[in-house]
Design a protein around this ligand. Sequence first.
Ligand SMILES: [Zn+2]
Length: 218
Amino acid sequence: MKKPTNIILLGPPGCGKGTQAKLLQKKFNLVHISTGDLLRQEVADKTELGLRIKSIMDQGLFPTNEEVTEVLENRMQKPDCAHGIIFDGYPRTLPQAEYLQTKLTSKPIVILVKISDEILSERILLRRSCPKCGSIYHLKYSPSKDGYTCDKDGEELIQRKDDTAQVLKQRLEMYDTLTSPLVDFYKRHSLLHEVVADHFTIDEIFAKILEIIERTHQ
Ligand SMILES: [Zn+2]
């Protein structure tokens, strides 16, 4: 299969696009750009930008377009990006998508990972994690042996603070508001492809994505 250049993965938080991005990175040796990871890295490195981001997040706000664009531009200037990039978590808004179009030298393959709200909420609300080692379990699909403590260290499993129905609902509403114009934009440019994730395994979804790449990137 010919190596694609730029791939943009869209989809709601929890749809599994981060996992797919990592698989694509391995297969095609592309650079995986997750703006969430980049922002966290700036904060960890305590750069001037990182300190600015931290003060915004400490107030309970999200980094603005300005900060997100700055980390993205810094990363895209590195020479390895010439081989092609997988965008994960960017663009999130229409202005960001328009901006990215001006930066890319070739047409991106845009893949929207669709998942129903019911499946997404089951996936997220039944997720439990170990506060000690970080292992992730799922009460229905991958429970620990006794259902409530970690198999590795016996620590009592917890639910992440933001994995509640209320927070999930807010996240999905925000995602819909921001992303619908983005989806329309890529449709208008005939760049959008959709993959339905409901009831499919990670490998099955990956196979569908490869099929799209093969079809569109001759
Ligand atoms: Zn553990």
